[in-house]
Write a protein of this length. Sequence first.
Length: 215
Amino acid sequence: MLFRHLRAILLGPVTVTIIIPVLIVTTLGTAAVDLGPVVGNLAVVVGSLLVAAGVAMLVWTISLFARDGAGTLSPQNPPRTLVLRGPYRHVRHPMFSGVLGIVLGEAIAARSLTLLAWFALFAIFVAVMVARVEESRLARRFGDDYARYREHVPRWLPRLRPGAHRYLRNPPSDSGAGQPVVGHDRPVCRQHTEEARQDRLTRADVVDPGVRWRW
């Protein structure tokens, strides 16, 4: 499993955030913009913070994929459960947001027009791919469970108040039996008895708005 995670990280985020930017800079140059010492230093700080935040988000989501989803970020070994904890309670694709934050931070810190163009191209690719491929694949894999989740959690703009509680308060459907759904302390499998599932949902870690969140 460790090798699968390392391979997926190398083929995905490392390629997008390190290998391709290095190739762009060495081939086309940075096309750096002279912003002056004050604004230039501020750009370095802002860009570095974006990179750090993106890396933190990437590590967080990969760990959730491994711990709760029993899978990796690779399409060849995707999570076997629908991960609903952590940042996934606020936005549907936090891993892509983390990678985009890293690429944008690199462009800002380097004040590079070529890296900024790479960020724009990659952002367009991600937006189209997620809308037309990724979410369709998730809908086929998790059925009505993902449809409810998609209804209450936005795609890109995070909600300050988690939206997954509305999804979790409805018992998952029996479509795709045997696919567990993660949203509590431990996965809830739809192959369990109806009584056990209802009891687990009653004790879910998500409560109504206004009550303290336990996650």
